[in-house]
Design a protein around this ligand. Structure first.
Ligand code: AKG
Ligand code: FE2
Length: 314
């Protein structure tokens, strides 16, 4: 595999998912009109000061621009990109939630039974899991950020990394688990070879951890504005250096199973007074919903924790 396959919205979700699983990444071209990307960019520019957009970390050195809390900084981004129906269909197929976000048929609950153990006592016992069993109750965004590569004398390729690196130090001794995170990067400008289009190493999600990528195994997610590149948690990738003075604007979010802590704290970045303005689906994906066992608030509705109802075992 020396390239990422490009699809369009007309291609079947099944085909896209098959390729995402085999190659570790896919591009979907022109999934939204360019104007949607311009609208999102304008909202970010009016809501976030230039000073707040500056960055000086090792992943995002001086000169580039980054914006955190993007789900609050641009409601167009949250409503039209994060919960884009095609994207949600793909993520549903990858993360296998009990409650699919794309409106598909809910999967059956992970199977457990309560057995009698004598003297009126009982115990919960889980049956051996099947590959087709759900992998989460629902999923949320892990982080939602704008990542803007700016060319300049110091422009360098970002270190190739796997998105699972934030959890891996603590779970590396577990046997391989099913996919728990999918990354999505929307092109807020054209993504070109010269302006920093994301570097991706196809098939690297199936490599042993210590295999080192050769430069000729790295491809770039070149795509026009309004397109989307998605990759898996074990796929090596990173932003690229820019040789131009154009901005390369990426709108990034990850989708993460509900049973792992979100990378960026969405309850601070999208406080209830902003979350209230979101559609029910957007509220849910940001994190304002609960599974029967996780994230509950006594007295609040499990599907919308901003309103009264039932969500807790108490
Ligand atoms: O901006 C990009 O192209 C990728 C960025 C990335 O992978 C990261 O910051 O974790
Ligand atoms: Fe990354």
């Amino acid at each position: 595999m020396k390239y990422l396959t490009s699809f369009t919205e007309k291609d079947s979700t099944e085909d896209i998912v098959k390729t995402l699983k085999s190659d570790g990444g896919v591009i979907i071209e022109r999934l939204v009109p360019e104007e949607v990307m311009d609208e999102a960019y304008q909202e970010v520019q009016s809501n976030v000061s230039q000073a707040q957009q500056s960055s000086s970390t090792s992943l995002w050195p001086e000169g580039n621009r980054t914006v955190g809390g993007l789900a609050a900084a641009s409601l167009t981004y949250t409503e039209k990109l994060v919960i884009h129906p095609k994207t949600l269909e793909i993520v549903d197929a990858m993360l296998m939630p009990i409650e699919p976000m794309s409106g598909g048929i809910p999967a059956t609950e992970a199977k457990s039974e309560v057995v009698e153990i004598g003297d009126g006592g009982t115990q919960v016992v889980f049956k051996a899991p099947l590959e087709t069993d759900p992998n989460c109750h629902h999923y949320n965004i892990g982080a939602a950020v704008m990542l803007e590569v700016r060319g300049g004398p110091n422009s360098k390729h970002q270190v190739l990394h796997r998105e699972n690196a934030i959890y891996q130090p603590f779970i590396e001794h577990l046997p391989a688990i099913r996919e728990f995170l999918v990354s999505a990067m929307w092109a807020g400008s054209d993504f070109t070879r010269d302006n920093g289009a994301t570097r991706v190493v196809p098939s690297s999600h199936r490599w042993p951890e210590d295999r080192i990528a050769q430069e000729n195994e790295v491809v770039q997610a070149e795509m026009p504005k309004g397109s989307l590149v998605m990759w898996l948690s074990r796929t090596l990738h990173g932003s690229a250096k820019s040789n131009t003075n154009q901005r390369r604007t990426g709108f990034f979010n990850s989708y993460l199973v509900d049973w792992i802590r979100q990378e960026e704290n969405q309850f601070i970045t999208v406080p209830p007074e902003i979350a209230e303005k979101l559609s029910d689906k957007a509220k849910k994906v940001v994190g304002y919903s609960a599974s029967p066992n996780l994230g509950w608030v006594k007295g609040r509705d499990k599907d919308n924790l901003l309103v009264e109802g039932r969500s807790s075992p108490l």
